[in-house]
Write a protein that binds this ligand. Structure first.
Ligand code: PEP
Ligand code: MG
Length: 593
């Protein structure tokens, strides 16, 4: 009935598949295969007398679908709040739609082929007519119809659809790709690790895995065709391996590795309340990157000094309506609260690139990372932007807040963003709404043009934060999510290091501080060079804080400055990396072995 079934790995024979290590750790478990792929169902002929049975099967599948959607909705309401469940309200309506059911019945009687084919056909026709509607709201509902249709067809076929949000047992998730919208809906208790066919170390799947402290391997080409749902595997996030049907010997070896990792993690717990100061007295601020409100409790546990990057766009994904000013204020207040006694840097919306709101009807772009992203999007939607800015200002009434603008490429953008921030503050004042009395504004430096004109941006802001994830991709013209160019994507490339040096020097000349909030900041191999280049703050997933603190405490600032100067003279990122590996192996071998 299904057009193509996939060949699988052979039980009893170990198969090692190599990808790119994206989040450290080792985990063993069973595979849950997550797919947006649609099953193509052939039109198998049926007899007239079978129609009532086919309709009963459809009724049962629709019931099951509604139960599944209700389960997801309840789970999300508990974990993320009601705001995240609107899409599933819409899905429930589609699964109960009597017009679709009537159309299926008519088609069954007319064509006399199996109900899964008929249902799929009807759903496609509906989604297509929705896509052609004038009303953007109705156009956007086409995606809901397709999602529900896919779920119903899986249920009709008795196939298990591995949903990130309706996993029923702890599993290692295997997918072609996991979008930020997918991972935001994840049932975190049950996801043991991620393995994807595409992606690289700074794609958001990898960032999310690191913040969840679960292993991830990306760039595992064609792995879906080699693995079965439910197959036992070991995922090695250090070496970037997915081992299917591992032998007893392999399991034993990996058990030993995991024991060593846990021992190192435990040994770092005592550092929590100590400052991140080098052996020769250079003090650094280590703060946390946060994607979802659920991550907030981890901050205090990790010993991070506040939040250096709160990625607000995760609040805007998977929604029919964007969050209101009240809802945002409420969440930003929680963010500010979790950072106390330190401050939180709330970054304004960075939608676009690989973080696309699935339900806002944005047309796909040919080059989303070069397109309508982040500040470009916000400046064209001043109402939406000011709603967010007002909510940020309201997050700490009578106190201080920090706000940061992503993807600044020109001085005009920064000036325009600051003007809207000023307007937002004025509006709050005029309406007598309690708000922060002091607002520090910062610019992310992650586009080469901003790094070049940084001396013209510095007088406008109170701090800079270098987004090395994007700065690396834009400097080397290497898409951060594309595993095919992953070898070109080198944060240690002299061009990237020169930009960082330039930004630090300009910031200090203008008397403002500068941090790094890209993934480089959480990588202990990079600690010496960032330290040596003179950054004041590093912000990373909470899980990395104890490790980076240990690295900082094991280093000499003077030596790091010499190393940074040497790396700036290198011909390639590869040479620099080798030097950094040697240094890490000497200064803190337990963190890199
Ligand atoms: C960066 O680009 O380094 C950054 C921190 O922002 P994001 O990863 O969200 O693009
Ligand atoms: Mg960025």
């Amino acid at each position: 009935m299904i057009a193509s079934d996939k060949p699988s790995s052979v039980p009893g024979t170990e198969l090692r598949l190599a990808g790119i290590p994206a989040s450290p750790g080792v985990v063993s478990g069973r595979l849950a295969i997550f797919s947006h792929e649609e099953l193509r169902v052939r039109p198998t002929p049926i007899q007239e007398s079978q129609i009532p049975d086919e309709l009963r099967r459809l009724e049962a599948a629709l019931l099951k679908t509604r139960e599944q959607i209700q389960g997801i909705k309840d789970h999300l309401a508990r974990s993320l709040g009601d705001g995240q469940t609107e899409i599933f309200e819409a899905h429930l309506l589609v699964a109960a739609d009597s017009t679709i059911a009537a159309a299926v019945r008519r088609q069954l009687e007319l064509r006399k082929v199996c109900v899964e084919h008929v249902y799929q056909h009807v759903i496609h026709a509906y989604a297509q007519s929705m896509k052609e509607m004038e009303d953007p709201y109705l156009r956007e509902r086409a995606a809901d119809i397709m999602d529900v249709g896919r779920r119903v067809v899986y249920n009709l076929l008795g196939r298990k659809l591995a949903d990130l949000y309706s996993l029923d047992s702890p599993s290692i998730i295997l997918a072609h790709d996991l979008t930020p919208s997918d991972t935001a809906l994840l049932n975190r208790q049950l996801a043991l690790g991620f393995a994807t066919e595409v992606g690289s170390t700074t794609s958001h799947t990898a960032i999310m895995a690191r913040s969840l402290n679960i292993p991830a391997v990306v760039g595992l080409h064609s792995v879906l065709s080699k693995c079965d749902l439910g197959a036992p595997v070991i995922l090695d996030g250090y070496a970037g391996l997915l081992i299917v049907y591992p032998t007893e010997q392999t399991r034993y070896e990996y058990g030993q590795i995991e024991k060593r990792r846990l021992a190192v993690e435990q040994s770092l717990e005592v550092l929590r309340d100590t400052p991140a100061t080098t052996k020769d007295g250079r003090r650094l601020v280590l703060s946390a990157n946060v994607e979802l409100p659920e991550d907030l409790p981890l901050i205090a546990e990790s010993g991070a000094e506040g939040i250096g990057l709160y990625r607000t766009e995760f609040l805007f994904l998977n929604r029919v309506q964007f969050p209101s000013e009240e809802e945002q204020t409420n969440i930003y207040q929680q963010v500010v609260q979790a950072s106390r006694p330190h401050l939180a840097i709330i970054r304004t919306l960075d939608l676009g690139g690989d973080k696309l709101p699935s339900h806002q009807g944005l047309d796909p772009e040919a080059n989303p990372f070069l397109g309508w992203r982040a500040i470009r999007y916000c400046l064209e939607k001043p109402d939406l932007f000011k709603t967010q800015l007002r909510a940020i200002c309201r997050s700490n009434p009578g106190g201080k807040v920090r706000v940061m603008f992503p993807m600044i490429a020109t001085r005009e953008e920064l000036v325009a963003a600051l003007a809207l921030l000023g307007e937002a503050r004025e509006e709050l004042k005029a309406a007598d709404i309690p708000a922060a009395t002091e607002v520090e504004a910062g610019a992310m430096i992650e586009v080469p043009s901003a790094a070049m004109i940084v001396d013209r941006l510095a007088p406008l802001v109170q701090f800079f934060s270098i987004g090395t994830n994007d700065l690396t991709q834009y400097t080397l013209a290497a898409d951060r999510t594309n595993e095919r160019v992953a070898s070109l994507y080198q944060p240690t490339h002299p061009a990237v290091l020169m930009f960082i040096q330039r930004v630090v020097q300009a910031a200090h000349k203008h008397g403002i501080w500068v941090g790094v909030c890209g993934e480089m900041a959480g990588d202990v191999l990079m600690t010496p060079v960032l330290l040596g280049l003179g950054v004041d703050e590093m912000s990373m997933g909470s899980v990395a804080v104890p490790r980076v603190k240990k690295a900082v405490q094991s280093l000499d600032y003077a030596e790091c400055q010499a190393v940074a100067a040497r790396l700036l003279e290198m011909d390639s990122g590869e040479e620099s990396r080798k030097i950094l590996v040697e240094l890490a192996q000497r200064a803190y071998p337990e963190l890199v072995s």
